[in-house]
Design a protein around this ligand. Structure first.
Ligand code: SF4
Length: 711
């Protein structure tokens, strides 16, 4: 392959000490400057790692004026101090942080695969990439040789499944050496859309194939391609179980063994993640009226059964346990070994790929009115290789379909695409157009928020209707759960710092199904504890699934079973055993609160982060249309009677819709008040100075931003 080395940087790879290398790698692709930076004790104390490190380094890189496509914007990848261990399940996660093209402010996205751990073993706690190259470049980090290069490799493919094969073959010395390589890439659609995502590769030696995991949310793949970075490659040979050099290895091993046993004994009786991954969720969501169908209008469908776990397992032989990092016995990733593509540039080719997660099945499937697993697989493959976030793409496409069915769009405007619900052929063509940067795909690729503006300006669409049905908040497309009957989940989406992603708070069952959060105080407490707890996993480099997709046998006998107390204690033990510190559960939450409040202030710095930015589309709160109301008329009529003493007899659906809407919108505002109070924020959603002081995140630059907003 033709190669030109543009710059080279040598370093002495340092060993980890208690989970940290105490150095980060900085690369600027504008001027090809490469340097190392020390990690100070203050940064470790206040930001821990992972998402915390990403937020801190980005904060220092950008000004309030910086836009996502300015060269100052950075992409930061950091695994966290516990990340990379092989003794405890789910320890291979990396957090990626950047300014988002769709929200305009800071976004974080977590991802499995081997990049984060290999980066760390190569001698770096985080990678900071800034600048914008004039030509496509590859960044290559060799953690054994102590070498970083920026190179031009002009013959590389665009799409991830080809690109990672080329690069793995190129940088590996032999078959065995492929295990040492992990690559970050995007794809051709990330060149042309704002919903681009990042693929993180790793070599599956059992299958002798390269697999991809995704950092999907927030459009960071679009940022990568805007910087003209084709790929970031890390190579490190010699992964062993003790490379993090923990303070107490035996304690980590003991904690891990306990969970391994629990998974081995319990997974078959519980979620069966090892044999069916997150596909098991489809049936549960459909049964509880939570599976988005037809752009979140409804929560279930008579065809929902066709995309449930047994069909995936039978059709694609998903039974093998596949992890995304060494030592994850929960092994929820499911691999499809031989799928023949039916459309697009790779039509007829046989590919290996990870099977879709629940979010993808619901997003590109049921939410678009499509209940065909072969279509969902095809769509999943192309989203991945083109570098498009399946959640954003699914939610966006469902919105476009509703616009089409309401006459806001037609075939003339879509260039011939018949974007009706259920039309998988049109969806795939839309995706192919995104990859080519052509036709209606180019407009759609702007994401829901910008599409709304475009439809109002160009087609004179009704902005109120678009705001009601466009399932985005803060500019990010919704994750795939219907939240209409769970006020807490409405807050879980609306109050999330980065936008409506469920990795902050997923509380539908506690709230709606089990009715465990009856008062506003209960709701606010849940919307405090769970986002803080989940944030912590992203600080240290851990996957959320082994926390609550498997639970100890006696969990239900504990005082707070929803928190899985034994697992929370495991995490405290892991952190202490890794770092040699002695935190308790309260301090663990305070670690998260510091970073969480810092992220809120970061949003303020960028011109967001106040109450108005926590607003949500009415479709996520209640029924927007007459047909929606009538589809669950008994439920809504009963609520009018029971909650409002309003007699629906003889009233028009339009009248009832409005009364219900007034009530539900009022409830959401009350929820915001309660949550802000619990979090120590003003009624405008600004962290109070005393809150920041009490948490120890009262850095002068942080206080300066807050004071400006309080003034
Ligand atoms: S539970 Fe699944 S996603 Fe999480 S680390 Fe294990 S294999 Fe990866």
């Amino acid at each position: 392959m033709i190669r030109k080395v543009l710059t080279e940087f040598s370093y002495v790879p340092a060993k980890l000490d208690r989970g940290y290398v105490n150095k980060t790698l900085y690369i600027n692709v504008s001027d090809y400057k490469i340097s190392e930076k020390p990690v100070t004790e203050m940064v470790k104390e206040k930001f821990i790692g992972g998402r915390g490190f990403g937020l801190w380094y980005l904060w220092n890189a950008v000004t309030p004026e910086t836009k996502w496509d300015d060269s100052e914007n950075e992409i930061i990848v950091s695994p966290g101090p516990v990340g990379g261990i092989t003794q405890y399940p789910g320890a291979g996660k990396s957090l990626v942080v950047s300014l988002s093209p769709t929200t305009g402010t800071v976004v974080d996205s977590n991802v499995g695969g081997h990049f984060g751990p290999l980066l760390k073993f190569s001698g770096w706690d985080a990678l900071e990439v800034q600048g914008k190259s004039e030509q496509d470049v590859v960044i290559f980090i060799d953690g054994n040789a102590g070498l970083v290069r920026i190179e031009s490799l002009p013959e590389l493919a665009n799409d991830s499944h080809l690109l990672v094969e080329q690069l793995t073959d190129y940088y590996a010395c032999n078959e065995e050496d492929k295990r040492s390589i992990s690559i970050i890439s995007a794809g051709s659609a990330a060149d042309h859309t704002l919903i681009g995502m990042l693929n993180f590769s790793f070599y599956d030696s059992r299958r002798k194939a390269i697999r991809l995991k995704q950092a999907g949310r927030g459009g960071i793949g679009s940022v990568l391609r805007n910087k003209h970075i084709k790929a970031i490659v890390v190579k490190f040979a010699g992964v062993k179980g003790n490379l993090n050099n923990p303070a107490d290895f035996n304690k980590i091993a003991k904690t891990g063994i306990k969970l391994h046993k629990e998974i081995k004994n319990g997974d078959d009786k519980q979620c069966q993640m090892r044999v069916r991954g997150t596909t098991y969720l489809v049936k549960i969501m459909n049964d509880y009226d939570l599976l988005p169908t037809y752009n979140f209008k409804y929560g279930s469908h008579s065809d929902g059964e066709k995309i449930t776990a047994p069909h995936w397992v039978e059709r694609f032989d998903l039974g093998k346990a596949d992890g995304c990092w060494y030592g994850c016995t929960l092994s929820c990733c499911k691999v499809v070994g031989d799928f023949v593509l039916k459309t697009g540039p790779y039509q007829g080719q046989r590919v290996i790929m990870d099977a879709p997660e629940y979010e993808t099945i619901a997003g590109v499937g049921s939410n678009c009115g499509i209940f065909d697993i072969d279509y969902i697989m095809e769509c999943n493959f192309y989203c991945d290789t083109y570098g498009v976030d399946t959640i954003s793409f699914g939610t966006l496409t469902a919105f476009l379909m509703e616009c089409y069915e309401n006459g806001i769009l037609d075939q003339e405007k879509t260039g011939g695409l018949e974007l009706k619900f259920g039309n998988g052929v049109a969806v795939l063509e839309l995706l192919h157009q995104m990859s080519r940067g052509e036709g209606f795909g180019k407009i759609a690729g702007l994401g829901i928020r910008k599409c709304k503006e475009y439809f109002v300006k160009e087609y004179h669409a009704d902005i109120d209707f678009l705001n009601d049905i466009g399932m985005e908040a803060k500019g990010m497309e919704y994750a795939e759960y219907v939240s209409k009957e769970s006020l807490v989940q409405q807050g879980g989406f609306g109050l999330a710092n980065k936008g409506p992603q469920h990795d902050e708070a997923w509380l539908i069952f506690m709230d709606m199904v089990n009715n465990q959060l009856p008062t506003f105080e209960d709701k606010a407490e849940a919307l405090h504890y769970f986002p803080m707890f989940r944030t912590w996993l992203g600080l240290v480099g851990l996957c959320k699934l082994p926390w609550n997709d498997i639970v100890p046998e006696d969990n239900n006998r504990t005082a707070e079973p929803n928190k899985i107390p034994e697992h929370v204690q495991n995490y405290v033990d892991l952190f202490n055993a890794m770092t040699g510190r002695n935190i308790d559960i309260d301090e663990m939450l305070r670690q998260s609160e510091r970073v969480y409040n810092f992220q809120r202030v970061f949003n303020l710095k960028m011109g967001f982060g106040t109450r108005e930015h926590d607003s949500i589309p009415y479709r996520s709160v209640g029924p927007v249309t007459v047909e929606e109301y009538q589809s669950r008329q008994d439920r809504y009529d009963n609520q009018l009677v029971e909650l409002l003493a309003y007699n629906p007899e003889g009233k028009s659906t339009a009248d009832k819709l409005q009364v219900l809407r007034n009530y539900r919108e009022g409830q959401y505002q009350k929820l915001i008040d309660a949550v802000y109070q619990r979090r120590g924020w003003t009624e405008q959603g600004i962290p109070k100075i005393e809150t920041l002081q009490a948490l120890g995140i009262d850095l002068p630059e942080v206080i300066a931003v807050v004071k400006k907003h309080l003034a």
